[in-house]
Design a protein around this ligand. Structure first.
Ligand code: UDX
Length: 432
């Protein structure tokens, strides 16, 4: 089929490339000329393992193209995916849908035959209805169908999540477009993916409810971890002990520094805002948001305790600063609160991240990027493992550090406390 992806961010670029790899003709559209020119040369603007090879392969097969011309791209396509950003509005919990509606208006000027317009971006409940009204102002209803097809891609695992999805959710209010979408996804369905067809609004809510539940699950185990720290229990035992109950499941049950990223923080707030608009109180999600937000204060207190309230002039090394491993994304990363806290207290902070230095820390005089784990650990008093990159999982600390009073703060519980303490080093984890 001929597909047009509007927006070439994490969702549009990954989905577009993966659809082209399934044999579709895909054109990815963006208004950013530089980005499009780079993509045409196979230069990828985001860090996503495996993406570059797929882009180059499908450019070579001539199934994948890039353009800044939305009108022509829409005209030559049967299915248009809207994959533009829906960031949280400034000083509000609700999502900014201006890019979605602008895309809708642009599309409505280029509908020359029946088209399916799909919201792939995460959009609040009833956005599809609004989009349908916008397009219907210019186009006869029988010439288009607005469908919700939310993505469930995790950064760092996005290609795998596309090719082997737990489920494909399509929300449509007409049978014709549902049949076409089922055909589009048939290569994945034949490999075992579940195809769930719902009403459009249901699909919109499924996406938010999924992310809100995952954020709740993570926050639950983070709070259990707080209790474990007070009662000499290892939270990893609790995660395993409850996770083996198939009704709970072991995934997304790892205690950590707080959930971050571009989705959970935004989507939890957006679903609460939508519910408030419909006079429904999502009290559990509201407390999840609050609990996650105050978690960095808890961790800062713990840092004070670990350094015995003597943070000034201490050398603190961060291993990883992004919101999780296998991504370069800093959005809502807990390091954005922890590093300024330590900087303000007069510590000297060195950080190493496999995806390179971060502009977010440039303004801090006492924060510097180290080009290697070895450099980051040199002269360190406290090592904070902030993300769970494989690169950090078997570091020989005795080789990299002469400090036999070195403290390890393992915020991802990737080490065995016993093994670290056996080296004569001090070990702190999360919930253990
Ligand atoms: C999430 C959803 O997983 C994905 O389905 C949706 O499409 C987009 O949002 P993403 O934001 O890329 O994906 O990251 P994810 O892997 O879900 O992790 C989110 C946050 O939760 C990260 O900060 C991560 O460190 C944290 N996390 C995750 C935990 O603290 N513990 C866990 O067990 C899992």
């Amino acid at each position: 089929m001929k597909l047009c992806m509007i927006g070439t961010g994490y969702v549009g670029l990954v989905s577009g490339v993966c659809f082209s790899d399934l044999g579709n003709d895909v054109i990815c559209v963006d208004k950013d000329v530089n980005k499009i020119n780079n993509l045409k040369k196979g230069v990828i603007p985001i860090y996503e393992p495996g993406l570059e090879e797929l882009v180059l392969k499908n450019i070579k097969n001539r199934r994948l193209n890039f353009s800044t011309n939305l009108k022509d791209s829409v005209k030559q396509s049967d299915i248009i995916f809207i994959c533009v950003g829906t960031p949280a509005k400034k000083n509000s919990n609700s999502a900014d849908l201006s890019q979605i509606y602008t895309a809708g208006k642009e599309i409505s000027k280029s509908i020359n035959k029946f088209k399916i317009i799909i919201t792939k971006s995460t959009v609040p409940l009833t956005t599809g209805d609004e989009l349908e009204n916008i397009i219907a102002k210019k186009v006869k209803k029988k010439l288009f169908s607005v469908v919700s097809n939310p993505e469930f891609l995790r950064e760092g695992e996005a290609i795998r999540d596309f090719v082997y999805p737990d489920r494909i959710v399509v929300g449509s209010n007409d049978i014709k477009s549902m049949k076409i979408l089922k055909n589009l996804y048939s290569p994945l369905i034949s490999k075992g993916a579940k195809f769930i067809s719902t009403k459009r609004r249901a699909a919109e809510l499924i996406k938010y409810a999924a992310n809100a539940f995952l954020a709740t699950k993570i926050t639950f185990i983070n709070e259990i971890a707080n209790l474990c720290e007070k009662t000499d229990i290892d939270v990893e035992d609790i995660s395993i002990g409850i996770g083996l109950d198939k009704r709970i499941g072991s995934r997304f049950l790892r205690a950590g520094p707080a959930y971050g990223g571009s989705c959970f923080p935004k989507d939890t707030k957006a679903i609460v805002s939508t519910a408030d608009k419909f006079k429904t109180n999502l009290s559990i999600v509201k407390s999840v948001i609050k609990s996650n937000e105050i978690r960095s204060d808890l961790l800062s207190k713990r840092l004070n305790f670990i350094l015995k309230n003597k943070i000034k002039n201490k050398v603190v090394s961060f291993l990883g600063v992004t919101f999780k491993a296998n991504t370069d994304d800093m959005r809502d990363s807990s390091s954005l609160k922890l590093i300024p806290f330590l900087s303000k207290k007069g510590a000297k902070i060195k950080y190493y991240d496999p995806t390179g230095s971060k502009k977010e820390f440039k303004k801090f005089k006492n924060v510097e990027f180290s080009n290697s784990i070895k450099d980051a650990l040199k002269g360190s008093d406290l090592v904070i493992v902030h993300t769970e990159w494989n690169d950090f999982k078997s570091i020989n600390f005795k080789k990299f550090s002469k400090n036999n009073k070195l403290i390890i703060y393992d915020m991802r519980n990737i080490y065995s406390p016993y093994k670290i303490r056996k080296l004569g080093l001090k070990y702190f984890g999360i919930g253990r």
